[in-house]
Design a protein around this ligand. Structure first.
Ligand code: GLC
Length: 690
């Protein structure tokens, strides 16, 4: 049962798409206080678990830290961070009382989950204008499924998007892209997509092509398509301010950009320098921006990734003016260069928690200045400087900040429906809010080539699924910092299971395409295992999407009575048949796993064979070499397996072999992978394991 409690005048986020009955009185759980803003308080039992929050830092059980839903472009995902790129305000408390809460509120929201006091859950925000959905059910899993029903069906990508993709910030010319294609095709490592980062554009202008490098883009798209590769270009949120650039000029003329209080178009510097933000919360502007994707779809492009849509701001002219003022003041301080202005109390901004350290030191008077420089990017002040126009009314950006990436991706999703309603397009975004899951997936942003990030990304998967984001994955090998061969192999062995499987790296980091390392056979093998599993992975994805179910779930959802399973955070259930347990530690030759029931321990060995061992319920140490991919098949179940292929369309799904328990049956979902005939009963067939 779901009930909706309305506080003040909520902004319509359109996250929820079904009618939900209004609750009587006050919510049955916790206490709501609307004296100063909004605050929900609930006292937790020691063993209560809190699930949810989608793309958020730390564990699967969110207890013990403070998270802030405030879409942020932060490439340093260290343990202390409270905000990442998404705002997914759905949690489930599981324990003495079990219930779900969705706080549908588009601005910054704090989830203090036992941080201030270990027993206290407190969810708060500045304005008491929101819808609170309270969900009751038999179990956390049941609650999640009910929630998923009210937010609408998750985005369904084309089937080729289950293939492997290679990306790197730095590919510029056709030769760069051909080199990637050759690197994979010549070495027979499967590949379906090559991603185009910002350098394909002319001066980083959305919906343009670099004039010298791509004079005949459509032909190049065809050339790659002939090699069974799809080019997937990036689109950024900011539109470059430049006379003569049609997107800029149309946007200015039609007042489609976000404006300052005085009606002028707000300026934010991003990759191209000064840009304007399309007002994607305004339906007319959203349709206009969405239709721009045609510039590329008309040339044969079938998928995109939307970036910088928190929206990220490097600086604003206003911020620079303030900085100049501070610098002037600092320089005019006659004592600054003799270092004798002791007695001034300088406040040094520390981390992003806004804590500040006070110190009495002469030299420390530089700190406010340094703080200002650091705070130029993604500054709260800038987010208060511009407005959206929604249904004729102006609303200040910070009040709806978390909806920008959602609506940018919605612009594209709605446009795809106009461009070709019969066809699926690949789309994923960096920033998101619940509701965006209907229009696209997300990638997990700028992680690093750190072992700890394999684990962080693994833990995020079920949480994201709970919030509707099924098509997701991390930058395999890590975006920032230098990858090593073993890190990439282990990360790929997790990526084998994530719907989005993409190797992506930042400019300036070590090359990390699979063919850059020694003993390519290992990479061919690991990526090949992905292709062998695609019939199963796609089938489980489609079942999850079509039934508002989870593709990844915590062990707790499958084995709620098992007190040990309930605590496991580094193994996940995938679909109805499989458990995954990747290795995420350097130099490890295997790992410990907990089996909540008897399972088949399956390893894909580098010689192409598959080893199977039946292990009893309990704790085990399992050996897993760098070039092996492990998975576990649940008792009495089986999964289909194809021969590997160089690209998804070449997979032979007519001749599948079955892996698992003899006598078990599996219902396979299969369709043409591009159209939308999802409800056709013929998409299902039963396969039997002999
Ligand atoms: C952002 C994106 C990253 C991309 C880079 C350049 O950092 O998150 O994936 O490579 O911008 O476009």
């Amino acid at each position: 049962m779901i009930q909706k409690y309305v506080y003040g005048k909520p902004f319509s986020t359109e996250a929820v798409v079904t009618e939900v009955p209004a609750g009587e009185g006050t919510p049955a759980y916790g206490k709501v206080d609307t004296e100063k803003g909004f605050c929900f308080t609930y006292i937790m039992e020691e063993t209560d678990i809190v699930y949810g929050l989608g793309e958020a830092n730390r564990g699967l059980n969110k207890r013990g830290y403070c998270y802030i839903s405030d879409c942020t472009d932060d490439p340093n995902h260290t343990e202390d961070k409270r905000s990442l790129y998404g705002a997914h305000n759905f949690i489930v408390v599981s324990g003495r009382e079990t219930f779900g809460l969705f706080f549908d509120y588009p601005s910054a929201m704090t989830f203090d989950i036992g941080y201030t006091r270990m027993d206290t859950l407190q969810v708060s925000c500045a304005d008491a204008d929101l819808n609170l959905f309270v969900i009751e059910g038999d179990s956390p899993y049941d609650i999640v499924k009910q929630f998923r029903k009210i937010i609408g069906r998750s985005y369904i990508p084309p089937k080729y998007a289950f293939g492997f993709g290679q990306s790197r910030w730095g590919y510029k010319t056709k030769e760069d892209f051909r080199k990637v294609a050759d690197g994979y095709r010549e070495n027979k490592i499967p590949l379906d997509m090559v991603y185009m980062d910002i350098d394909y554009m002319q001066d980083f202008k959305d919906f343009t092509l670099h004039e010298e490098n791509f004079p005949d883009f459509a032909e190049f798209v065809r050339e790659m398509k002939d090699r069974n590769l799809r080019l997937i270009p990036i689109i950024d949120a900011g539109v470059k301010v430049e006379d003569g650039y049609d997107v800029y000029e149309e946007g200015v003329k039609n007042r489609y950009f976000c404006q300052r209080g005085d009606g002028s178009d707000f300026v934010a510097a991003v990759w191209p320098g000064n840009t304007h933000f399309p007002d994607v919360l305004n339906a007319e502007a959203r349709a206009w921006f969405g239709d721009k994707y045609r510039v590329l779809t008309d040339q044969g492009i079938e998928g995109f990734w939307n970036d910088m849509n928190e929206p990220a701001i490097f600086y604003s002219p206003e911020g620079i003016d303030e900085l100049k003022g501070m610098l002037k003041q600092f320089l005019e301080n006659e004592n600054y260069n003799s270092g004798i202005n002791a007695g001034t109390l300088a406040v040094a901004p520390t981390s992003d928690t806004n804590d500040s350290a006070e110190t009495e030191s002469a030299g420390a008077s530089i700190w406010p200045l340094m703080g200002k420089i650091n705070a130029l990017a993604n500054s709260k002040e800038d987010y208060r400087r511009f407005y959206h126009t929604v249904n004729g009314e102006r609303i200040r950006h910070d009040k709806v900040h978390n909806l920008f990436g959602y609506n940018m991706t919605r612009a594209a999703g709605e446009a795809f429906e106009r461009i070709d309603p019969e066809k699926r397009f690949l789309m994923f975004s960096r920033s998101s809010y619940i509701g965006m899951h209907r229009y696209g997936g997300i990638w997990m942003g700028d992680n690093k080539s750190w072992w700890s990030h394999i684990l962080l990304n693994l833990k995020m998967l079920p949480s994201l699924n709970m919030c509707g984001f099924l098509y997701t994955g991390a930058d395999l090998g890590g975006f920032g910092a230098d990858a090593t061969r073993d890190l990439l192999l282990r990360w790929l062995a997790l990526g084998v299971f994530t719907p989005l499987m993409r190797d992506h790296a930042a400019a300036g980091t070590r090359d990390q395409e699979c063919y850059q390392f020694e003993n390519l056979d290992d990479f061919r093998h690991v990526v090949g295992v992905r292709y062998r599993l695609i019939p199963y992975l796609y089938s489980e994805y489609m079942k999850a999407a079509l039934n508002d179910d989870l593709y990844f779930k915590p062990l707790a959802f499958a084995y709620p009575e098992d007190s040990m399973a309930v605590q496991v955070e580094d193994q996940m259930m995938l679909g109805n048949e499989v458990m995954i347990a990747p290795v995420y530690t350097q130099n490890a030759r295997g790992r410990y796993v907990y089996l909540p029931e008897e399972m088949k321990f399956v390893k894909f060995l580098p010689d192409g064979s598959v080893s199977e061992e039946t292990l009893p319920k309990g704790h085990h140490y399992v050996e897993i070499a760098l070039n092996e991919v492990p998975l576990f098949i649940r008792s009495g179940k089986c999964i289909p397996l194809a021969e590997s292929a160089e690209y998804v369309e070449a997979l032979d799904t007519k001749h599948l072999t079955m892996l698992g328990y003899p006598g078990a049956e599996y219902t396979l979902y299969e369709d043409d992978g591009i159209g939308k005939d999802y409800e056709n009963k013929e998409n299902y067939r039963t396969l039997k394991c002999c």
